[in-house]
Write a protein that binds this ligand. Structure first.
Ligand SMILES: Nc1ncnc2c1ncn2[C@@H]1O[C@H](COP(=O)(O)OP(=O)(O)O)[C@@H](O)[C@H]1O
Ligand SMILES: [Mg+2]
Length: 237
């Protein structure tokens, strides 16, 4: 279980998050929604150790991990798939996968990666940077999967991708969730995120403005009020 407790954070003295608390229980999917600039990426950065909070704490399975470095949090089972493509472009797909495999278990890890995204099979010896955006994102997600991390943070992983790739990504997320991995999902595809989420938080200007079951958010007014978007708008197919 991951908890964020009373976190305030920002950049160069400019406050972005104010007293934010959020819980990602074991084996559950939590959606973190909110308009652009609300602080969603900043919150994930605090959770994974990329940004040290000015106040508050982060715990993982009950242990205070506030201020630990990203690699220390990764070693404790927290994986962050960042905004953009979190792959190493000059390395091949195989090399990217090996980096996230346990030593000695590379072969099995690559098999697991190809099982979730079979499309990567024909790309194993290609450098990651020469693949399409969708393929690079599949690689980033496959790496998160084979890392075996029990908690994965996903920052807009479907952004800018073709609908067929977006569908493949959500199928992957459902599968990983079914297997018991906890997910904290930041998504523009609000309806798709709500469909797989157990709990939802909405962030507005650095504060939590809604916390509750995804099912409470089916009301269009709530959607519009919190997110400033229409349910039928392009961002929520
Ligand atoms: N590296 C940075 N330095 C300074 N300000 C930043 C930085 N990253 C984000 N911000 C600011 O923090 C606020 C929240 O950004 P962000 O967490 O990226 O929001 P979201 O992911 O919800 O769109 C925005 O006002 C943004 O301009
Ligand atoms: Mg963001």
């Amino acid at each position: 279980m991951l908890t964020i407790e009373g976190v305030s954070a920002g950049y160069a003295g400019v406050a972005v998050l104010r007293d934010v608390s959020l819980v990602v229980p074991s084996s559950s999917v939590v959606a973190l929604l909110g308009p652009n600039g609300a602080g969603k990426t900043t919150l994930l950065r605090v959770a994974s150790g990329l940004l040290r909070p000015a106040a508050g704490r982060v715990t993982l399975d009950g242990a205070d991990v506030t201020g630990l470095a990203p690699h220390q949090l990764a070693a404790r089972g927290l994986c962050h798939v960042p905004e953009g493509r979190g792959v190493f472009p000059p390395l091949t797909v195989r090399e990217n996968l090996v980096l996230f495999s346990a030593p000695g278990a590379e072969k099995a890890a690559i098999e697991r990666a190809l099982d979730v995204f079979p499309k990567l099979a024909e790309r194993l010896e290609q450098s990651a940077g020469t693949m399409s955006g969708g393929e690079q994102q599949m690689l980033a997600l496959a790496r998160a999967y084979i890392s075996g991390a029990p908690v994965i943070l996903l920052d807009e992983v479907s952004m800018g991708l073709a609908p067929v790739v977006v569908d493949a990504i959500f199928e992957f997320l459902e599968r990983v969730a079914r297997e018991g991995t906890s997910l904290l999902i930041v998504e523009q595809y609000v309806n798709k995120a709500l469909a797989i989420a157990d709990y939802t938080y909405i962030l507005g200007r650095g504060r939590i403005t809604f916390a509750g079951d995804a099912s409470e958010l089916v009301d269009e007014d709530v959607f519009h009020r919190y997110l400033g978007i229409e349910v039928s708008a392009g961002a929520t197919p």
